[in-house]
Design a protein around this ligand. Structure first.
Ligand SMILES: O=C(O)C(=O)C[C@]1(C(=O)O)C=C[C@@H](O)C=C1
Length: 259
C-alpha cells in the first residue's frame, strides 16, 4: 500500500491523498467480503456464545490469529488482532521492517471488541438472510474475512489522524492538551468526503454484486437488476458504523499523540 512516499529531500512524507487512496482500495475488499458472506444465512449458532464455552467462530478466529501472528501479520501496523491482546506470538520467520509512521502509543488503540459486537449484533443481520443451514466452517471463514477487512479500515484511522496532525499541529495541539474530543471530532471531519464515500460504496455494491444472467449486448432494464447485497445497505453500513468508528479511532489516536 502506497502510504509513505520518499520526498526529494529524502524524508518520509505522508499525504492525505495517498491515505485516502488506500481507503478507497479497501472499499473493494470490504464490499467483496460482504458479498461473499451474503451467500450464507445468518447461521447464528456459529457465533453465539453458549453458557460456558466460546463460539465456533471465536475459537476459529483465536486459532487463526495465533497462526497469522507466527507468520508476522501483526508486525504490520495496519493489522490489529481481535483476541491476542498483549500476548502476540513472535513470528517464526524473519519479518519485514515496516516504516515507523505512527506514534508508539498507536499500539494501545484497538477497538476490535467493539467492532466484533457491532458486526454480529447490528451489521450482519442487515445483509444476510435469516436462517441456519449448518455450514458453520465456511460461514466463520467468511465472517473472519469481513471482520479483518472492516477492522483494517477502521484502524486505518490512525494513519489518517497522523497525517492530519502533521499537516496542522497548531490546530490539533490545543484540543489534544485540553482532551477536547468534540473539538478534535470537528477538526477531523469532512462531511463532503463522507458523502462521497457513501455514494461510491453504493456504486461499488451495484457494480460488483449485480446478478449476471446472460451474456448479451443488451444490458437489460435497470429496474430489474438484482444485487447480491442491497447497495443502500452497504452505504448505510459505512454511514452508521464504519465511518463513525474510523473517526473514533482518529480521536483516540490523537488524544495519545503528544504523550
Ligand atoms: O478522509 C478523511 O479525512 C477521513 O478522516 C476518513 C473519513 C472516513 O471514514 O471515510 C472519516 C472522516 C472524514 O469526515 C472523512 C472521511
Amino acid at each position: 500500500m502506497a502510504r509513505v512516499n520518499e520526498s526529494n529531500s529524502g524524508s518520509d512524507v505522508l499525504s492525505l491523498e495517498s491515505i485516502r487512496e488506500s481507503l478507497i482500495r479497501q472499499e473493494d475488499t470490504i464490499v467483496f467480503s460482504l458479498i461473499e458472506r451474503s451467500q450464507f444465512p445468518l447461521n447464528s449458532p456459529a457465533f453465539e456464545d453458549s453458557e460456558n464455552s466460546s463460539s465456533l467462530t471465536e475459537f476459529f478466529v483465536r486459532e487463526i490469529e495465533v497462526l497469522q501472528a507466527k507468520v508476522g501479520r501483526y508486525e504490520n501496523p495496519e493489522e490489529n488482532p481481535f483476541f491476542l491482546d498483549n500476548n502476540i506470538p513472535h513470528s517464526v520467520f524473519p519479518t519485514h521492517k515496516y516504516p515507523t509512521v505512527l506514534h508508539p502509543k498507536a499500539l494501545s488503540v484497538n477497538i476490535n471488541k467493539r467492532i466484533w459486537d457491532v458486526y454480529f449484533k447490528e451489521v450482519l443481520p442487515l445483509f444476510v438472510k435469516p436462517g441456519d443451514d449448518g455450514n458453520y466452517p465456511s460461514t466463520a471463514a467468511s465472517d473472519l474475512a469481513c471482520l479483518q477487512a472492516i477492522s483494517r479500515r477502521i484502524h486505518y484511522g490512525k494513519f489518517v489522524a497522523e497525517v492530519k496532525f502533521r499537516d496542522a499541529p497548531q490546530d490539533y495541539e490545543p484540543a489534544i492538551r485540553a482532551k477536547d474530543r468534540e473539538a478534535l471530532m470537528k477538526l477531523l471531519t469532512f462531511e463532503k468526503v463522507e458523502e462521497m464515500v457513501k455514494k461510491r460504496v453504493q456504486k461499488k455494491a451495484e457494480t460488483f454484486g449485480q446478478e449476471v444472467k446472460c451474456i448479451s449486448s443488451d444490458s437489460g432494464d435497470e429496474s430489474e437488476k438484482k444485487y447480491k447485497v442491497d447497495p443502500l445497505v452497504v452505504s448505510r453500513i459505512y454511514g452508521e458504523w464504519l465511518i463513525p468508528l474510523t473517526k473514533l479511532v482518529e480521536v483516540e489516536y490523537l488524544l495519545r499523540r503528544l504523550d
